[in-house]
Design a protein around this ligand. Sequence first.
Ligand code: ZN
Length: 146
Amino acid sequence: MSDLTDLYQQVILDHNRRPRNRGKLPTANRVARGENPTCGDQCSVYLRMEGDRIAEISFDGSGCAISQASASLMTTQLKGKTAAEAEELFKGFHHIVTTGEEPEEISDIAAFAGVHAFPARIKCATLGWHAALNALHGDTAPVHTE
Ligand code: ZN
């Protein structure tokens, strides 16, 4: 797993050092939790919806650098988006981490393209996104990646 260092690109390191939108959101009206037992990652996602739009979003959790950086980046991507737009963004992110194909537009999420070479890490990278989508759908049962 020596190539694993390739995963820790600048964007990932930065989000890991200075997570964005981290902490419980007191005004949240949707919450969902995700767990990735394989790696020991945990992630809760808090949303404050205004109609169909994500007015505010935060996450809280613990785990590996990939899971926490991905959740942090996810919050910056989803804030202000509608549920449908969030679904599209997740599809795009999922495509990147499962195929390694970078998006045409320059985007921070491309930093996660290297994850595709490490299938076990895909669960880490998508944990926060799965929790966010569950929160969007109002499904508050914990997400398990197993
Ligand atoms: Zn992990």
